[in-house]
Design a protein around this ligand. Structure first.
Ligand code: GLU
Length: 280
């Protein structure tokens, strides 16, 4: 909080497993950066196959055990599907989306064609080679995903530059986006939305001023800033924080139950011990 300005932050876990030390760190950092009473919680449960109610219960229990309190109500993405649909419709009307039927195999083989050079990875994996670009939204078929036509999206911007603040101002131009990120998926198969689309709409709806999350999402933020520009939403400030790693330097994963907060609590650790373990 600077100069009396109120800072609202959030923690946005997906209930697909137990929270681990990395989540604890992220939640504690977010909460510490919020003005009093301005720390919010959002349950990111768009992936109905992987999200489980017992993991959602565990999120509330673990965060309360860490000593965190969050402002009510808790936002739940599964209750906001219509809002995501509306935004997709709006982006479709702007002409910046197209349906795509390519499988991962199709993408790989398109990219291994000799003239294409070495495949480049972006925040969502292989950069899409554009095979279905040019298909019209009215041709959307069952099983298609919906992609962002990043080139057309940049055509609509007044300038060719995206920017956001994370300590200093970071900028990325059209070429950097097209070569390093590309036509990402905005609606996944059978899901009707994606992490990128939902997170942008939800941060705006929750009035978030500062998004604190892991460094691993830094590149994804460019997608979010582009979507904010297209949807006429404000870009919040960001704080991409360090990642908590295991002894081998690997990022912690939800599969790693041995390091779950629940397990550590069971071993008799306190919230203070957790803070020390993540060096807070
Ligand atoms: N649900 C995402 C995760 O758990 C949230 C990422 C974000 O904070 O934007 O990684």
């Amino acid at each position: 909080m600077a100069g009396g300005r109120v800072t609202r932050t959030r923690f946005a876990p997906s209930p697909t497993g137990l929270l681990h030390l990395g989540h604890a760190f992220s939640a504690l950092v977010s909460a510490a950066e919020a003005s009093p009473g301005q720390f919010l919680l959002r349950i990111e449960d768009i992936d109905r196959d992987r999200c489980k109610p017992e993991f959602e219960d565990a999120i509330f229990e673990d965060l309360a055990w860490l000593g965190l309190a969050w402002r009510q109500p808790v936002m739940r993405q599964s209750e906001r599907m219509e809002i995501y649909q509306d935004a997709l419709g709006y982006l479709g009307d702007l002409g910046v989306t197209y349906p795509c039927s390519c499988t991962r195999g199709d993408i790989k083989s398109a990219l291994s064609a000799p003239q294409e050079g070495a495949p480049v990875h972006g925040p969502d994996g292989l950069i899409y080679p554009g095979t279905c670009r040019g298909r019209a939204m009215r041709d959307l078929r069952e099983g298609d995903v919906i992609r962002l036509d990043a080139g057309r999206a940049f055509d609509l911007l007044r300038d060719n530059m995206l920017s956001f603040r994370d300590g200093r101002v970071h900028v990325l131009g059209r070429d950097g986006f097209l070569t390093g990120i590309g036509d990402v998926i905005l609606a996944r198969r059978g899901m009707g939305t994606s992490y990128h689309l939902s997170v942008v709409l939800d941060d705006a709806a929750q009035g978030i001023d500062l998004v604190a999350r892991g460094q691993d999402l830094f590149e994804s933020t460019w997608i979010h800033v582009l979507l904010q520009r297209l949807l006429d939403l404000e870009t919040p400030d960001y704080h991409h924080h360090r990642l908590i790693r295991d002894e081998d330097g690997k990022r912690l994963a939800k599969r790693d139950d041995a390091r779950s907060l629940r397990e550590l609590r069971g071993q008799g650790m306190s919230a203070g011990d957790i803070r020390r373990m993540v060096e807070l």
